[in-house]
Design a protein around this ligand. Structure first.
Ligand SMILES: [Zn+2]
Length: 176
């Protein structure tokens, strides 16, 4: 027993092989933390800003702006829903995008939609409040993807069904 213990360090080591395996494993975990191999839901939770952090949409702190809407509270206006959807794109919250998209126009694959990063939002004009059933929001959303960057200019249409605003569709680069 003692002899085999003494020889143990010179034996081609299962422990070392296990070490290599665990190095490999931790490398893939790091990739997960970058959002490369995570599911959409996991990525969304990790990318959530703190309640006191600036909201990605630019409308104040996350906890007083889009945070509650992303958590399921009904948006009070088409603009509030639009802002929360911009923020959902920015933080990769596919679940919020799916549940606020009218089923008739919702794409099957939300995950591969859009650029890598949304970097800012300007709401140009908005209509549709608590007493309305139709709403319109014109906005400019800035994005970056690798070395490319640009701006999405869209007029989005919304409808309110059973107290919930839903995104119906939009016209990109509208003519004035
Ligand atoms: Zn916001």
């Amino acid at each position: 027993m003692a002899a085999s213990d003494e020889h143990a360090p010179n034996v081609p080591s299962p422990a070392r092989r296990a070490g290599e395996l665990s190095t490999g494993r931790s490398r893939s975990l790091e990739e997960c933390e970058d959002g490369v191999h995570m599911s959409f839901g996991e990525a969304a939770l990790r990318r959530r800003p703190a309640a006191t952090a600036p909201c990605p949409c630019g409308g104040g702190s996350f906890g007083s702006c889009c945070g509650p809407v992303l958590d399921g509270r009904a948006a009070q206006s088409a603009e509030q829903l639009m802002r929360s959807r911009y923020t959902a794109f920015a933080v990769h919250d596919g679940a919020h995008l799916a549940r606020t998209w009218h089923p008739a126009t919702r794409p099957d694959d939300l995950e591969s939609d859009g650029p890598e990063q949304w970097t800012g939002l300007t709401v140009v004009r908005a209509a549709g409040g608590p007493d309305d059933t139709e709403g319109t929001v014109e906005f400019r959303a800035r994005w970056r993807s690798g070395t490319d960057s640009g701006e999405l200019h869209e007029v989005s249409r919304f409808t309110r069904i059973r107290g919930r605003w839903l995104y119906v569709g939009g016209v990109v680069d509208p003519l004035h």
